[in-house]
Every structure is written in structure tokens, then in C-alpha cells.
Design a protein around this ligand. Structure first.
Ligand SMILES: [Zn+2]
Length: 364
């Protein structure tokens, strides 16, 4: 077990990962075993998470655009384009529930197989209390999240089935437009105010989320969509994997005005480790010093206070800085933060307590 500098290992709950997408791309029946036994590929698997104190998180279900196909391991985001001084990548077309739902069902099945075959090491949590108990007992504690609500039909006929399957968190968009709203293109330097807000269906979706006590994620939404959620949601505002727009003026990041609203509602921001959302020059380069993650934490803790910031890694969903290219490197980041004045109480808040408190407020 990795232990930081004579200190006890801190337990981590993380705002966003895409390991289910990585496993789905293998296109094989027993991909769940690769996760449980550890395939040592990508950024995450169960043995490496356990070794690192990574004890839980939002597990995203993402649907690739059909034109990208399942053989392309990257989301339709071109990293080489994101090495330029300025860029604005076009977004794929909207996809319908008829295409998205079978993919989502396969990923839910994959997650269920992981849980069922884990011999009690993994649990998909349904309430805040559930999460707290499972986390306390060192079980990998998962909140099922959809990154883009394409699988939900315009009449919301299948929302109840998704809820019953364990879905507890919804991002109305993954950048690509949905019938619920528009997301941000991957653009730098640019404001997140890139288009229209939620549609009427989007407003209805938020009302359903309020009624079912589902978490709504603002990461990937444009600014107008964010303000619509602020208007219609009864819950604290959450951005599971976004950073400060002041430090890195990328569309995927949050302006100070948005941070004010998150603070006002006692919400949360999960800090994303992808270089393009961290660096002042917006470049997606693995050759990025992880100090810049600490800088975003300093800014956000300063701005929002100690109780509203956590991790939102984007492991297995984005490029990582070269020194953080696997979950087993997390203790290195934690140690760097501790060496720069983040004391044990604050580190415990950032590592898991803030996420757990937020989830407990919403998932009743
Ligand atoms: Zn994302």
C-alpha cells in the first residue's frame, strides 16, 4: 500500500471517471473481470484503486457518437487540435434515444456485473446514507452517472427504469447537443457563454430530477444552461469535473460568477486533471506539471471555501499530466498539496468528505 510520507493514506471519492467507457470499448462479455482482477490498462481498475485509497466516485456512462464508433478509444475530441494557441472544435450531431439507450443499458449491465462479481468489494450506492456506510467499510462506492442524457426520451417514459437500475446523477449534455440543451464546444480561449440554455424538455428534465432527488451535473453545459439549472433546480449546484475559468479560460471551466452561484447554493466543484482545462495556455499536453492542479485547488478553496471543492479527475476519459497517468499516482498529488499548506482536515474534506456531504444532501 502506498502511504504518503509517514501519514495515513487518505481515502478518495472522485467526481468523474470514464472507466466504464474504457471497458465497453473492449467489446467483450467478461470485461467486468478485467476491472475486478485489474487489466493494468488505462488509468483505473479495482486493484489499482484499492492500492491508492480510491474508494469511490461518480462512474460516468457516456454514449459515443455513431460516426466515431466503438473502435476509436477517444471521445471525439482531437488532442492534436488542442495543442494550438487557439482552437474551437466542432461538436458531433445530436443522437437519439433509440441509439443511446442500448449503449447505456450495456454499460449499466457491465456495472451490475462488476458489483455482483466483486465479492462485496464494489457497491452501486442509491442513497447518501448507503454511500456513507459503504465508503466507511472500504467498499468501492459508486454513484451511477450519465454524461449526456441522450438515452432519456422526450416523454421521460424510460427515466423510471433508469432510476430503478441505480441511476442517481444526470449531466443533461456531454458538450454535444441533446433535446435538453446545448453544451460547450471544446474552445480556447473562450467564455462558456456559447449558445442557448435549456430547452423546454431540459427544464422538464430538471423538474424530474428535483422530484426523484437526482443530482444534476453542470460540467459540459454552456453558461445559459447553467443559469437555467440555477433557476429551476432545488438542489445545490454541482460541476463534477470542471476548473477555474480565471486560471484557464477554457469553455469547459467555471467563471467567477458561476462559482458565486455554486457557493451560494452550498454546491460542489470537482477539479479536473486534464491539462487543457488546467493550463493558462489551454493546451492538451501530457508534459504538464501537476503543480497546476494544486493552483486550481488553491484558487477554488480560496473562492468557495473549504467545503465545496473535491476531485473530479476524468481518469480514463481524458489525457492526464504525465506524472499523474494512473490512479496509483494520486498519493503524489496529495503529498504535493500537503506540502503546500493543505492540512489534514482540509485534505480529508477535499479527498472525500465534501463529496459525501453534498451527495447526502441530494440523494435522500
Ligand atoms: Zn466530461
Amino acid at each position: 500500500m502506498l502511504v504518503c510520507k509517514g501519514m495515513q493514506q487518505l481515502k478518495i471519492f472522485d467526481g468523474h471517471n470514464d472507466v466504464l467507457f474504457r471497458l465497453y470499448l473492449k467489446n467483450k462479455k467478461n470485461a467486468y473481470l478485467d476491472f475486478i482482477q485489474g487489466d493494468n490498462e488505462g488509468h483505473l481498475d479495482l486493484p489499482r484503486m484499492k492500492q491508492s485509497g480510491f474508494q469511490g466516485g461518480f462512474f460516468a456512462i457516456y454514449v459515443p457518437s455513431p460516426e466515431v464508433g466503438v473502435v476509436d478509444s477517444d471521445k471525439p475530441v482531437k488532442y492534436d487540435e488542442m495543442e494550438k494557441d487557439e482552437y474551437s472544435l466542432p461538436l458531433p450531431e445530436l443522437i437519439g434515444a433509440d441509439i443511446a439507450l442500448p449503449v447505456v443499458i450495456r454499460k449499466i449491465s457491465l456495472l451490475s456485473e462488476i458489483e455482483k462479481n466483486s465479492q462485496g468489494q464494489v457497491k452501486v450506492c442509491l442513497t447518501g446514507e448507503d454511500l456513507e456506510n459503504s465508503f466507511k467499510h472500504n467498499v468501492l462506492s459508486i454513484i451511477m452517472h450519465i454524461e449526456g442524457a441522450e438515452c432519456i426520451d422526450e416523454n421521460f417514459y424510460n427515466l423510471e427504469a433508469l432510476y430503478r437500475s441505480g441511476l442517481r446523477s444526470i449531466g443533461p449534455v456531454w458538450s454535444r447537443p441533446t433535446i435538453f440543451g446545448e453544451g460547450v464546444p471544446f474552445a480556447f480561449p473562450q467564455s462558456p457563454d456559447t449558445g442557448g440554455g435549456l430547452t423546454d424538455h431540459g427544464i422538464e428534465l430538471i423538474k424530474h430530477c428535483n422530484n426523484l432527488n437526482l443530482i444534476v451535473d453542470n460540467s459540459h453545459l454552456n453558461e445559459k444552461g447553467f443559469w437555467d439549472i440555477a433557476k429551476y433546480s432545488h438542489h445545490p449546484l454541482v460541476a463534477t469535473h470542471s476548473n477555474s475559468h480565471t486560471l484557464c479560460p477554457h469553455t469547459r471551466n467555471l467563471t467567477n460568477r458561476q462559482l458565486d452561484a455554486i457557493k451560494e447554493t452550498q454546491g460542489m466543484v470537482g477539479v479536473n486533471f486534464a491539462p487543457a482545462f488546467l493550463r493558462q495556455d489551454g493546451k492538451m499536453l501530457a508534459d504538464t506539471n501537476i503543480q497546476i492542479i494544486v493552483d486550481h485547488f488553491k484558487y477554488l478553496v480560496d473562492y468557495l471555501g473549504e467545503d465545496h471543492v473535491g476531485f473530479g479527475s476524468d481518469f480514463d476519459g481524458a489525457m492526464m499530466p504525465k506524472d499523474l497517468n494512473c490512479v496509483t499516482e494520486m498519493p503524489k498529488l496529495i503529498e504535493l498539496m500537503q506540502n503546500q499548506g493543505f492540512d489534514l482536515s482540509l485534505m480529508n474534506k477535499i479527498c472525500h468528505q465534501n463529496w459525501l456531504s453534498l451527495i447526502k444532501k441530494i440523494l435522500k
